[in-house]
Design a protein. Structure first.
Length: 591
DNA sequence: CCCAGAACTTAGCACTTTATTG
DNA sequence: CAATAAAGTGCTAAGTTCTGGG
């Protein structure tokens, strides 16, 4: 593919500052023109890792400074009022704001919090406050509850003012210029200080997430751009000009010591092209997946243990859409696993279960400590291999002791350029959607029924990827409401002696009553569809797969084919993110 | 090769806004 | 018009993969 950047207008500060900038729509057209038609190859705008030529932005927005509590809001230690220093008070308020949460009762949370809180105390405070159980934050907590109540009760004007202020901030800091485009920034606000929670059983829960200062911040922009000014009296940690990366701002957080970034919105060129590329890689996998499947089935018989483990792991990744499963540092994070890091304790082997042979029962916590529970019949060879891998091992030993993600991905790289474990998730998700849409869409259905079919196809993918959610708190109640909305059966409309009505009524009345019946039937149908959809969705989250795993061109093509307005499938944000796909996919698009 | 660090994608949930209903 | 529910958005944690240095 021709990738020389000379086909593209070079960025220059003067051009970049111009207000008139390409819309995503126009951008995609440009990309398509540049790429060799008709293949619509994914874009590669610059060679060898260069991400941009020009980048200008205003820097981050910092968290608002701490506002000390009014004098009348008291903290009590051991039953006695105690006035805290500003720093200690600020950290105390973080705890007070969480008082209603279950986790403030958890031992680890309390221990971590207390340790970090003490670091912020003056030496007198430190010597007085030695036991968290003697701290009484309830008055502080009540104050914050009253505050949030007051916020809800604010007048229209006050709310409007806040809204305008946010809009001003967005206008000033929410955009940057990358090459010739004005682009939306995803997270231009620096994360405020607070107590770290983490997901699941996290060993660091309760630790103090410290306040980020300009002195922590690395700014990335181009040399010829207007460098953002640090807040008065402050300096940036560093200003760099690295066009091999896409981030605008970075800092190191203090809980894990990892780097956080400010990057562009999914609607931006740089994210959109990457997304497109991701789906093109998955489509390349489609072409060779049969070969790869045959290969790993062969490898189940290998005399090398490492090869067998690799082949069984890959089978799980392919068949069950498991994540790769990197090793994690013990004690630094919650104990969760993916495929390569599965332990013996996470699977049970059933030579026979419920009339099925060779069943593997999976039970482990995956990303975000979401439980994966599944009983899967597998091929006999896989089952025998698993028995072999588990021989003479303790429950806490690795199932695949000769394997890790780097070995697996190196192998995948040899099978197909750009192939990694996560491509299987993308591929299997997208192909499942396409195939389910074909199977479930009934041409005679009306639009709401077709959309139900779409959601069902989407749901099949979400189930495959194990995208769960907590059932909404009000689920049962809102389900009841929906049921009660179901209108009376049409017969009642005609009165108890329905047939005679035809005789007695004026023809016009009959006509209009027929219409009314039809309207009510439609309404009923819509409600039923809605209820079914909702019930089936109780514990399944559709958003994640829609946003990250499903080639949007499949959905766009489906909408075009059946005359469904795209708005029924994608909301505004999603349409912005998938502008490239909406623009290019025709109704005959095949993943 | 291994490792750590960097960069970037994926994830669920809390909160906010909008739409619906009574 | 207020209350409620649904939809949409923001937030930031938690993954995967890449990179570069020994």
């Amino acid at each position: 593919m021709q990738t020389s950047p000379r086909h593209w207008p070079h960025s220059s500060p003067s051009r970049a500052l111009a207000e008139v900038i390409f819309t995503p729509h126009q951008r995609v057209k440009n990309v398509i023109q540049r790429c060799t038609l008709p293949a619509l190859l994914p874009p590669c705008r610059y060679p060898e890792g260069i991400k941009w030529k020009f980048l200008e932005h205003k820097g981050p927005v910092f968290a608002p400074p701490y506002e000390p509590l009014p004098e009348n809001v008291k903290f009590y230690y051991d039953g006695k009022v105690m006035k805290l220093s500003t720093k200690a008070e600020e950290v105390a308020t973080f705890f007070a704001k969480m008082l209603d949460h279950e986790y403030t009762t958890k031992e680890i949370f309390r221990k971590n919090f207390f340790k970090d809180w003490r670091k912020e105390m003056t030496s007198e405070e430190k010597s007085t406050i030695t036991n968290l159980s003697k701290c009484d934050f309830t008055h502080m907590s009540q104050y914050f509850k009253a505050q949030s109540e007051a916020r809800k009760q604010m007048s229209k004007e006050e709310k409007q003012k806040i809204k305008e202020e946010n809009e001003r901030l967005l206008k000033e800091y929410g955009y940057c210029v990358m090459d010739n485009h004005k682009e939306r920034i995803a997270n231009f606000k620096i994360e405020p200080p607070g107590l770290f929670r983490g997901r699941g059983n996290h060993p660091k829960m309760g630790m103090l997430k410290r306040r980020i200062m300009p002195e922590d911040i690395i700014i990335n922009c181009s040399k010829d751009s207007k460098i953002p000014a640090p807040p008065p009296g402050h300096k940036w940690k560093e200003v760099r000009h690295d066009n091999k990366v896409t981030w605008l701002v970075s800092w190191t957080e203090n809980i894990q010591g990892s780097i956080k970034y400010i990057m562009l919105n999914p609607s931006s060129r740089i994210k959109g092209e990457k997304d497109w590329q991701k789906y093109e890689t998955a489509r390349r996998l489609k072409k060779c997946v049969d070969k790869i499947r045959n290969q790993y089935r062969e490898d189940w018989k290998s005399k090398e243990m490492k090869v067998r483990q690799r082949a069984v792991a890959l089978y799980f990744i392919d068949k069950l859409a498991l994540r790769a499963g990197n090793e994690k540092e013990e004690g630094e994070t919650a104990d969760t696993v993916g495929c390569c890091s599965l332990r013996v304790e996470h699977i049970k082997l059933h030579p026979e279960l419920d009339g099925q042979e060779y069943v593997v029962e999976f039970d482990f916590l995956g990303k975000d400590s979401i439980r994966y529970y599944n009983k899967v019949p597998v091929e006999k060879r896989v089952f025998k291999n698993l028995q072999l891998f588990m021989e003479n091992k303790q429950p806490e030993d690795d199932l695949f002791d000769r394997l890790n993600t780097s070995i697996l991905n190196k192998h995948l790289q040899d099978l197909m350029e750009g192939l990694t474990a996560k491509v299987f998730r993308t591929y299997n998700a997208s192909i499942t959607l396409q195939q389910q849409l074909k199977e479930l869409t009934n041409p005679d259905d009306n639009i709401p029924a077709k959309i139900l079919s779409y959601n069902r196809a989407n749901r099949a993918v979400a189930i495959l990827c194990n995208h769960q959610r907590a059932p909404p708190k009000t689920f049962e109640k809102s389900m009841m409401n929906l049921q009660s909305k179901v209108p009376p059966p049409p017969a009642q409309l005609w009165g108890s002696r329905a047939p005679s009505c035809f005789v007695l009524c004026h023809p016009r009345t009959v006509e209009s009553k027929k219409k009314a019946v039809q309207r009510i039937e439609e309404q009923l149908m819509k409600l039923e569809v809605q209820a079914t959809d909702r019930e089936e969705n109780k514990q399944i989250a559709l958003g994640t797969s829609k946003l990250n795993y499903l080639d949007p061109r499949i959905s766009v093509a489906w909408c075009k084919k059946w005359g469904i307005p795209i708005e029924k499938i994608y909301n505004k944000t999603q349409r912005e993110k998938f502008a490239w796909a909406i623009d290019m996919a025709e109704e005959d698009y095949e993943f």
